[in-house]
Design a protein around this ligand. Structure first.
Ligand code: MSP
Length: 513
């Protein structure tokens, strides 16, 4: 029995609307979750919202509502956009939910009872937008070293977590588990950060009221990051339903942006160690998206809502573009010209046209009924079959390495091979010669089989497209019932089944659009 594959996104602050940067992690996580489901694995895919913290409280104040009202209003923007993006999360965690607060309070009590939490005076700087504490020596020109914004002086009695006590164990773990923090450049960053020495971490706030009260001192609330990180275990019933928790934990991968690496690769594992819990298998930090070469920001007003791009290109083109264009782990730039180019070349042409051409030929030459393939295999047939065999392995390797663009590249290489097969075998010529009827049957069968495999391969990336191709192929069951590797075997298409070309999958887009 496999353990449940557990993938998470960061939980998003509700101070702002989702944009294509925040949506990036969620789309990636969805593709990963869907790929593992396609392999027949049990999957738990978690996303949600981070609703405490000063940042959120201030946004609420500016808008003249309570933080809870604000969170309730903002969370809808997230759930709506995830629905439109066809995000298949199994649960949506909100940190203001009673279950989360209960688990968080129990967790912190456990660490307190163990002696890992103590009271001391904190004196230092706080970046409200990043919700992070900084020592004077860490500031960059008096500003937040992370985001460059103003920091505020904090001087109060806080509870501290003995982070320093876990430094050695943590370093040993990271060094002996190269896969734990990825990509390698991020792993090196974390290692050198720990080697500089870890200081204990303030994990409560006294002068703030918007947060989860500490069970051992109700006059203080939990530091928002301590609270937020616990979402990964509160969502799966830590301390509430041990059987369920143990079936899902540890997480297979926490997908995060590079700027929140230290929270996930240092503080979080130390918290887990303190609680005696196993560590996640991997923390993978991706890069940042810029828009037309610029950092997205409120002040520049250049943040793009996913809705705008979905309206223009459609949801599957959106999902495809961000996974194909960006090398996961690295920064990347979004541009409309580039997205339109990819849409036309990769989706309208290589994929959409190929599917319509193949199905149109079955309609034209065989009344839509897929013929039985002849027994004889010619060189072109073999090349196609072999290319189909190869792509499955290539995609699997790339997906295991979270190299999504490489997986898509492999699929598009395969589509190239299918297109070549269609051109070379020239069914339109065979159709003119009655003596070639048998050969035409084989060629049409192979093309349709190649399309069946295409539907399965693109499914995690473009679920609607995979489903749409499946339907055009005449299947009446759900494509989601078919799993790899079995469904990847060549020759499974049932002869005699009726296909139909249907509407174009990706109508070509005008240049200027
Ligand atoms: N609430 C914290 C995370 C807590 S997880 C226990 C948080 N929230 S956030 O809303 O500010 O950011 C969430 C994610 O969005 C981060 O992973 C961040 O990297 C990602 N992105 C925000 N802007 C982005 C880009 N421009 N590009 C890519 N990802 C970016 O941090």
């Amino acid at each position: 029995m496999y353990k449940t594959y557990y993938v998470t996104t960061p939980i998003y602050y509700v101070n702002d609307l989702p944009h294509i940067g925040t949506a990036y992690t969620t789309v990636v996580a969805d593709v990963l979750a869907r790929y593992h489901r396609l392999k027949g694995e049990e999957v738990f895919f978690l996303t949600g919202t981070d609703e405490h913290g000063q940042h959120v409280a201030r946004a609420a104040e500016r808008n003249g509502v309570t933080p809870q009202e604000w969170a309730d209003r903002m969370v809808v923007h997230f759930t709506e956009v995830w629905e439109r993006l066809n995000i298949s999360n199994d649960f949506f965690i909100r940190t203001t939910s009673p279950r989360h607060a209960e688990v968080a309070r129990r967790f912190i009590q456990k660490l307190y009872d163990k002696g890992d939490i103590y009271l001391d005076t904190y004196e230092g700087w706080y970046c409200v937008p990043d919700e992070s504490f900084w020592l004077p020596s860490q500031l960059a020109d008096g500003k937040c070293p992370q985001c460059g914004r103003e920091v505020e002086l904090v001087q109060e009695e806080n509870y501290f977590f003995r982070l320093s006590a876990y430094a050695d164990r943590l370093l040993a773990h990271i060094e002996s588990h190269p896969e734990f923090v990825q990509p390698d450049m991020r792993r090196n960053e974390v290692i050198s950060f720990i080697k500089q020495g870890l200081t204990d971490q303030s994990i409560s706030r006294k002068t703030i009221t918007w947060g989860i009260p500490l069970p051992f001192d109700e006059s203080q609330v939990m530091y928002v990051w301590f609270d937020a990180l616990l979402n990964y275990i509160s969502a799966i019933d830590y301390g509430v339903d041990e059987e369920r928790f143990n079936a899902i934990w540890p997480a297979d991968v926490h997908l995060i942006g590079k700027e929140i690496l230290r929270f996930h690769a240092i503080i979080w594992p130390a918290m887990l160690m303190a609680a005696g819990l196993p560590l996640p298998r991997q923390v993978f930090a991706h890069g940042w998206l810029t828009v037309e070469g610029e950092k997205m920001s409120k002040s520049k007003g250049n943040a793009i809502s996913p809705h705008v791009l979905i309206d223009e290109y459609g949801v599957d083109a959106y999902r495809y573009y961000f996974l194909r264009e960006f090398s996961f782990g690295y920064d990347g730039n979004f541009s409309r010209e580039n997205m339109t180019g990819r849409y036309n070349a990769d989706l309208a042409n290589a994929l959409g046209n190929m599917v319509s051409r193949v199905l149109a030929m079955v309609e034209r030459y065989r009344g839509g009924e897929v013929p039985e393939s002849g027994k004889e295999e010619e060189a072109a047939d073999r090349a196609l079959r072999e290319s189909a065999g190869r792509v499955l392995g290539e995609v699997d390797g790339a997906m295991e390495a979270l190299a999504f663009n490489e997986a898509l590249q492999a699929i598009w290489n395969y589509l190239g091979a299918v297109n070549r097969y269609v051109d070379e075998t020239a069914a339109w010529d065979l159709a003119k010669d009655p003596d070639m009827a048998g050969r035409l049957d084989t060629v049409l069968y192979n093309q349709v089989e190649a399309v069946r495999l295409t539907a399965i391969l693109v499914l995690p990336f473009m679920p609607r497209t995979g489903e749409g191709i499946w339907k055009r192929l005449g299947f009446t069951d759900s494509i989601h019932l078919h799993h790899l590797p079995a469904a990847g075997a060549w020759g499974l298409f049932p002869p005699g089944q009726k296909v139909s070309k249907g509407e174009p999958l990706f109508p070509r887009m005008e240049k200027g659009k």
